[in-house]
Design a protein around this ligand. Structure first.
Ligand SMILES: NC(=O)c1ccc[n+]([C@@H]2O[C@H](COP(=O)([O-])OP(=O)(O)OC[C@H]3O[C@@H](n4cnc5c(N)ncnc54)[C@H](OP(=O)(O)O)[C@@H]3O)[C@@H](O)[C@H]2O)c1
Length: 255
């Protein structure tokens, strides 16, 4: 039987690279994103070009009904959920100093990145628990976190808080689900070339040039997808609740 992976935010950027990678490994892929399917032509061409079996669900991660529909449609179409990749995430619409951060922006960013991810994981985990065991584990949940879970950026504090919270979501679900054979991992990108970093390209170009990143280049969505792919397979069976930095070594403290 083919395995099924849900990739939230798979319409573009890191999520699309993950969907493509998992699909090319034989997973049936369900993509969840906000834009209407009619606006996903490029995504559809890429996935069809790889011969991937996929389905698109339009919805918003912070809407309870949409999360339920995502799970229900996945099970109706592909029969089961083996991997949930919690990739969808947003940055603040505008960067404001911590002292000017608005409650509205905080609620939006934390509502999608942390709360939406938590409650989608809850639904997916409950589905995984009632499925027959295929392979050597019952399921995998992979959260796309960020170096911002630990690195302070005072002009987008709500994003940092959302990813620090997400890291605890990783720990909690890993702890709760370990004995049931569901493993939970977190992949923490550094600076990856996508729409999200479009507006800060010059800043990060400069940081890369100035040596802030031991591996002196931008990360690519494919760099992140490789790590997700490794965790999605029946391997690392004695590891859960951990994270891996895909950040060119940015996390290394240097003197
Ligand atoms: N790029 C980086 O440097 C970087 C670094 C660290 C961590 N990350 C994390 O990596 C993940 C992917 O980032 P990215 O750079 O690929 O971002 P991106 O290019 O901005 O793409 C974001 C994806 O998330 C979807 N999305 C946004 N809001 C959503 C919502 N409310 N409900 C459902 N889907 C939603 C978008 O769907 P639509 O196409 O419909 O808008 C899109 O598919 C995020 O969690 C981000 O925080 C990125």
């Amino acid at each position: 039987m083919s395995k099924t992976a849900i990739v939230t935010g798979g319409s573009r950027g890191i999520g699309l690279a993950i969907a493509k990678k998992l699909g090319s490994m034989g997973f049936q892929v369900v993509i969840f994103a906000t834009k209407p399917f009619s606006a996903c032509k490029e995504m559809a061409e890429i996935l069809d070009g790889e011969g991937i079996s996929w389905h698109y669900v339009q919805g918003c991660l912070d809407q309870s009904d949409d999360r339920v529909r995502l799970i229900e449609e996945t099970v109706r179409i592909f029969g089961r959920i083996d991997v949930l990749v919690n990739n969808a995430g947003v940055a603040p619409l505008s960067r404001f100093d911590l002292l000017d951060m608005t409650e509205e922006s905080f609620d939006r960013v934390v509502g999608i990145n942390t709360k939406g991810t938590l409650f989608l994981s809850q639904l997916a985990a409950n589905q995984m628990l009632i499925q027959t065991l295929e392979g050597r584990k019952r399921g995998t949940i992979i959260n796309i976190g960020s170096c911002s879970a630990e690195v302070s950026s005072v002009n987008r504090g709500e994003y940092c808080i959302s990813k620090a919270g997400l890291s605890m979501v990783t720990s909690l679900f890993a702890d709760r689900l370990a004995a049931d054979g569901i493993l939970v991992h977190e992949v923490r990108p550094g600076v990856i070339h996508t729409d999200m970093t479009e507006g800060v390209q010059e800043k990060y170009d400069r940081l890369i040039q100035n040596g802030s990143f031991p591996i002196p280049r931008w990360g690519t969505p494919e760099d992140v997808a490789e790590a997700v792919a490794a965790f999605s397979l029946d391997q690392f069976l004695y590891a859960t609740g951990n994270y891996i930095d895909i950040d060119g070594g940015f996390h290394i403290r240097r003197l």
